[in-house]
Design a protein around this ligand. Structure first.
Ligand SMILES: [Zn+2]
Length: 400
């Protein structure tokens, strides 16, 4: 699969834990494992987060993890944000199954993981264990409120966790945005080919408004290149769909960014909405993709009012910089100020709210649904247009 620029090394910043994991089987190894999978006990993966975690484990985005977490890792991650080895890791990566499914699987047994009629992986089940969902909710999401989308998913899932190594046989589906789906190893080769040494990663699940463009370009002033890395796995139903976002990114990159200094790739992860802990997780994953710097804005990976505005930045203070390895760049809220005549933040503008152009996510959605262009100070017209067309297409699909 990895024919891209073989002459360029995978090099760059050390992956988390030192080794870039690759559990994607190819060639003869894959053929043998596929034949074996049909003989093994099978387990259907029904949840899209399990399928996306599986892919990210296999391609090394979650290095040093080589599979779903065993109990010692899980416990210490929940309690202390560290793997059993002591290495920093902030969110559980687990495979939950129902009691009756678990009953048919023994520790030490190899099982095949299926997506519908396709075997996607082999898993060597090292452990099966019970866990305390309320504790995970409190520690990881900082709330037991079932209205929190991450907590709701946790409470819905099975009561037993299976831990153990995985090997990927087939890519989970759907596999959208193929041309932007670079693995960490492929991304590192592209970065090496471009000769970038200081690379800043930008995680997003939103369109790029002027405020984000300002943050990215400010970071680009002090780095060699930007990895624009939208998350395209499962998000909340009211987030803008990934295909519309991808069109909006391409529109703005074409007209407003220097092509030779930006790489667009997709991050096939599901949103956990774990706020501060997810900020650490997103940073470590981007280190595995080869980034040296990572942008953490206000309320990164947050939802509702569960986290303080700066919690996702403050959480980095719990660790020594070398334990994280990638350098976080913290940004405040940014917005257009009419008096300053440009995008600013409370750190750089002496004026007040009456001069600032700011719209909430809800206001943006309502304007687009009414067919109104967003103010140019807030969003480039090219982006507004793509978003509006996306919303119209969805409305006509839903028969509104
Ligand atoms: Zn101002």
């Amino acid at each position: 699969m990895d024919t891209l620029d073989k002459e360029f090394p995978i090099g760059g910043i050390a992956p988390h834990g030192g080794e870039l994991i690759n559990r994607v089987l190819t060639g003869k190894e894959r053929e043998e494992a596929l034949a074996q999978a049909h003989e093994l006990k099978g387990l259907q993966l029904k949840s899209s987060i399990n399928l996306s975690d599986l892919e990210l484990l296999a391609i090394g985005a979650f290095s040093p993890l080589t599979g779903f977490m065993v109990r010692d890792d899980y416990d210490r991650v929940v309690q202390e944000m560290r793997l059993y080895s002591g290495l920093v890791w902030s969110v559980p990566v687990t495979l939950a199954v129902a009691e009756d499914e678990a009953a048919g699987i023994a520790e030490g047994q190899d099982v095949a993981l299926w997506q519908d009629s396709v075997p996607v992986a082999i898993m060597s089940v090292a452990e099966k264990y019970r866990y305390d969902k309320a504790r995970e909710a409190r520690e990881v999401y900082r709330t037991e409120d079932e209205a929190h989308p991450g907590v709701a998913r946790l409470y819905r899932q099975g009561d037993v966790l299976l831990g153990g190594d995985i090997w990927l046989l087939n890519w989970p589906q759907p596999r959208e945005f193929e041309e932007f789906r670079h693995t960490p190893a492929q991304t590192r080769r592209i970065l090496a080919r471009r000769g970038w040494r200081r690379i800043v990663g930008f995680q997003t699940r939103n369109p790029i408004h002027r405020a984000h463009e300002y943050i990215q370009k400010t970071a680009l002033e002090i780095t060699d290149g930007l990895l624009l890395h939208p998350l395209v796995g499962e998000t909340k139903a009211d987030d803008i769909p990934a295909d519309v976002r991808m069109q909006s990114y391409q529109a703005i990159l074409r007209d407003y960014y220097p092509a030779e200094r930006v790489l667009l790739g997709v991050f096939p992860a599901a949103m956990r909405y774990a706020g501060p802990r997810e900020a650490i997780f997103h940073a470590l994953a981007r280190k595995n993709y080869g980034c040296t710097h990572f942008i953490v804005g206000r309320d990164h990976a947050g939802v509702g009012n569960y986290y303080g505005s700066y919690d996702a930045q403050l959480i980095f203070d719990n660790f020594e910089p070398e334990e994280i390895g990638i350098t976080p760049l913290f940004f405040d809220y940014t917005f257009y100020c009419r008096k300053c005549g440009g995008v600013v933040s409370a750190k750089t503008c002496p004026h007040g709210k009456e001069d600032w152009v700011y719209l909430s996510g809800t206001q943006v959605r309502q304007m687009l649904e009414r067919g109104e262009m967003l103010p140019e100070e807030f969003t480039r017209p090219e982006v507004s247009k793509v978003l509006m067309e996306g919303i119209r297409a969805r409305q006509s699909q839903e028969g509104k």
